[in-house]
Design a protein around this ligand. Sequence first.
Ligand code: SF4
Length: 69
Amino acid sequence: MQVHLDRVRCQGHGRCYVLAPAVFESDDDGYGIVVSTLAVNSEILPDLHDAARKGAANCPEDAITLTEG
Ligand code: SF4
């Protein structure tokens, strides 16, 4: 699974990094980013798939896209 966070859509509500801190974190301005250790190729380990889905499902801006496969 790959995770992409659209920085244009993100409004900094913070729900992703509150609900799924293993996958998402806050930048210095409170906007969501993918955890830096995952950011090289955005590939999420299987153990984190549920957390990634939880963050994506709770983003009110639909800023998080998951690509299964
Ligand atoms: S929940 Fe969505 S809008 Fe809020 S910080 Fe995360 S990506 Fe941005």
